[in-house]
Design a protein around this ligand. Structure first.
Ligand SMILES: *[C@@H]1O[C@H](CO)[C@@H](O)[C@H](O)[C@H]1NC(C)=O
Ligand SMILES: *[C@@H]1O[C@H](CO)[C@@H](O)[C@H](O)[C@H]1NC(C)=O
Length: 225
């Protein structure tokens, strides 16, 4: 009868481990009238039919950065290989890499500078699906939304099947991509800014496009809010 003691010693650290890693919950919801294949890196990806939600826990002590987006018009085989018209991540259902443009991005920096959460919506990879990203606990309430008719009104140079490209993706010039030194909004970045006031539209966009919560906050990402 000498085993119980060693089992107790082995099990003891586990409750402490869980205490240190309260999960942060992201609820990802598809309100669009069509099926989406949302993706999170880290986190993977899955099919989400109209009205369905995907609950995604992140450990509170990491990751330090997460990106969440929707993929559209996907087909996958039983092994999770296939492709999507927008947001595709190397043909994987379970994304491990960021997606291809265009896709509207919800970005999240956990417990980064001075122990705060930073969250934003970005159209730096273009736009495919309207989005709302909002904190839902911790007294933090500021929603960030990008839900204008960007695809319908997309300037012809930026049009692509299923979405609207960011000008940097199309032209790859310093003017649009800010490769070096300070840069300014362009008439094409303003196309996005006037429809998505809260979103990052070019690399040196207004820092007020980043929003802040205390660490440990839970969030909701709604597609077609
Ligand atoms: C999917 O593709 C079809 C055919 O190209 C297109 O009509 C439809 O709008 C696409 N759906 C989405 C959600 O992009
Ligand atoms: C932006 O400016 C360029 C060149 O001046 C023009 O060709 C283009 O139509 C403008 N785009 C928008 C969205 O105003």
């Amino acid at each position: 009868m000498n085993t119980p003691k060693s089992i107790i010693l082995i099990l003891l650290p586990l409750p402490l481990l869980f205490l240190q890693t309260h999960a942060i919950i992201f609820t990802i919801q598809n309100n669009c009238p069509y099926t989406l294949w949302p993706a999170a890196v880290p986190g993977g990806g899955r099919r989400l039919d109209r009205g369905q939600t995907w609950t995604l826990p992140f450990p509170s002590n990491g990751p330090h950065l997460a990106k969440i987006w929707a993929r559209t018009n996907c087909t996958f085989d039983a092994s999770g290989r296939g492709r999507c018209q927008t947001g595709d991540c190397n043909g994987q259902l379970q994304c491990q890499a960021y997606g291809s443009a265009p896709h509207t991005l919800a970005e999240y920096g956990l417990n980064t500078f001075s122990h705060k959460d930073y969250y934003d919506v970005s159209v730096m990879e273009g736009f495919n699906v309207p989005i709302e990203f909002r904190p839902i606990t911790n007294g933090c309430t500021r929603p960030v939304r990008c839900s204008g008719d960007i695809i319908g009104q997309c300037p012809s140079q930026l049009r692509t099947p299923g979405g609207c490209h960011n000008p940097c993706t199309v032209f790859k010039t310093t003017q649009y991509c800010c490769h070096s030194g300070p840069c300014n909004p362009t008439n094409l970045s303003r196309f996005f800014k006037t429809r998505c006031r809260d979103a990052f539209t070019y690399p040196e966009d207004d820092p007020t496009s980043t929003f802040i919560c205390a660490p440990g906050t839970n969030y909701r990402v709604v597609f077609c809010p």
